[in-house]
Design a protein around this ligand. Sequence first.
Ligand SMILES: Cc1ncc(C[n+]2csc(CCOP(=O)(O)OP(=O)(O)O)c2C)c(N)n1
Length: 723
Amino acid sequence: MASKVMHSDVDVTVEKRYEGLLPQQLLDLYRLMYLSRRIDDREILLKRQQKVYFQISCAGHEALLVAAAANLRSAYDWFFPYYRDRALCLALGVTPEAMLLQAVGAKDDPASGGRQMPSHWGSREHNIVTVSSPTGTQFLQAVGCAEAGRYFTHHPAADAKVDGDYREFKDVQHHADEVTYVSAGEGTTSQGEFWESMNTASIRRLPILYVIEDNGYAISVPVRYQTPGGNISRLVANFPNFHFEECDGTDLLESYAAMRRAVEHVRLGNGPALVHGHVIRPYSHSLSDDEKLYRPEVERKKDAERDPIARFQKFLIAEGILDAVGAQNLQREVDAEVQTAADNALDAPFPEPSSYTRHVYSENLSPTAKSFDSLPVPEGGDRTMADLINKCLRDEMRRDERIVIFGEDVADCANDEYLEDKKLKGKGGVFKLTTGLQREFGSDRVFNSPLAEANIVGRAVGMATRGLKPVVEIQFFDYIWPAMHQLRNELPLIRWRSNDAFSCPAVVRVAIGGYLTGGAVYHSQCGESIFTHTPGMHVVFPSNALDAAGLLHTAMRCDDPVLFLEHKRLYREPFGRAPYPGPDYTIPFGKARIWKEGTDVTVVTYGATVPRSLQAAQRLEREHGISVEVLDLRTLNPYDFDAIAKSVRKTSRVLIVHEDMLSWGYGAEIAARIGSALFDHLDAPVQRVAAKDTFVAYQPQVEDAILPQADDIFAAIQKLNAY
Ligand SMILES: Cc1ncc(C[n+]2csc(CCOP(=O)(O)OP(=O)(O)O)c2C)c(N)n1
């Protein structure tokens, strides 16, 4: 049984066992189910009184959930529940008061500090990982969590705390036989991420318990319109290595037995299990929904007859475990407990309105910190950006055993036995950035992902919440979009939404950009402003080898998620080659680099438009005597506005240049800020040069016309200087 077990006053004399459970244990489970229902009832009341603002209930799911909890271990196993899992969380030890504190939005709500809706569970203490609203994002995170547990078991030294980087702030705990629980409704199994997670759980035989709570509806959509054949069990039955159970989730003992068999399979290391429980949904989808609009009375009545609490109470009475007086006492006790919890929650203070600024990023270790300021210790001759990134990854992996690298084709060779044959050189990424890493660090530290971008980022999220440092690769920026849910709603948000209980300092490396001659629409796009528009994640875009190495070292050591954009055209350019700056060369984020000082016009740029801007600037100086200052931002979030301001105060004219499209692009924000903060220092309107508002074409002449060229920059500076 889980850590928190409620005891009732009922005198238990019968010692028969039920699926191995003693009568007192049955009573404890009944009490949890009833407590869960009464908290839902109280929240509904409070919602009607406008003291809480949303309600979604566990009603009808209680038996299945306490049966799961009774087979799992709080603060030992790991939990990725969904919003219906109140009874599970109570059984794991979350208190009714904690739940109601979240419902009222209290400062001391332990799950989110008033930031998330009710039933968005999260408890560091009980290993309940912060729940979000998007349906299905939890599946891949659970996969990453299970992988992290296994990794730490195989690399026991990796869990040590180390001062000076993110490891100082990550308490790692793991157990060789731990289970990761993940749940969802049957409607959510329509999400692609569910299937992506099943693939990886199956291939890697991961210790995951899936629980699908099938109440027959996804809001108003019945299961047969959602799932072919109307039954998810039938569809998943052929996944290898899985143990499957299908049960009546309103029957406590049947659910308990199914969970016991499933958990045993997982805990013994045989692979994942999936329990599909048929439950009911007596309270509509949420309080914002009225199921009478789409479900006839006769259907709702039939459901009500299967109410798990009424059924279980009837069973306990029939077995002589509970009597009418005992039931009344238990109910009175639970009602009093809920009343006290509600009174306390209603008296609890709200968060300070200004507190929204807290925990967007790590408050322990900022990548802008002075401690990341270092000097290069050059080794050897000039090398390309690709060489230096590879070397940087290698050195960080030697230094930090928590780093794992995965993505599409990043391994040298998926078959270890082929790799032992030294004749095979190995792949190491389509751009060869990770070449040799699997060979040096082994297949559990460097491996290929399936061809599925959400899989890559979702698993990284799950790993990073456990204290690993996943450094994952998205092969082309153009294919980042399947991971968008994880990149927008999960990775950068986990720290803020959990009020700093969880964090996710993963690094996502992405090959980006055009000027490739033939790259075309799906291998040449930029789009960085979509990610700089997402709080909680740093965005880095180096223009040269030395900066790439220094910034990547910082990214891998810092305590926040980082999107690390690597320009494909710059990987092997003669421009910006440098000797390797040593294994400890770090550059703080938010510090621009001045490539060329000047007094007439400032150019603010980054990435592949840095060499193009420099080319234009040098020609302008040579041919027209115009002195241009070229400023390379290097990191886009945070960015160095102080450096921009200093330069603009000197030149009074500024041009922003970027490769991405002009409209709603990164330069729009910079221009707006210069306009409002430095208006008095300007002698000309802020100007921008950027790609045309279209896609990148295949035919080189058309591509040239679309992307900003040195000549465009030249002309824009000349015009600005003459203004
Ligand atoms: C990605 C996403 N799309 C839509 C929604 C809106 N939404 C919330 S719950 C829900 C239905 C979920 O149904 P199911 O998975 O069967 O779970 P149930 O609520 O029935 O337990 C929908 C469509 C959402 N939260 N996330």
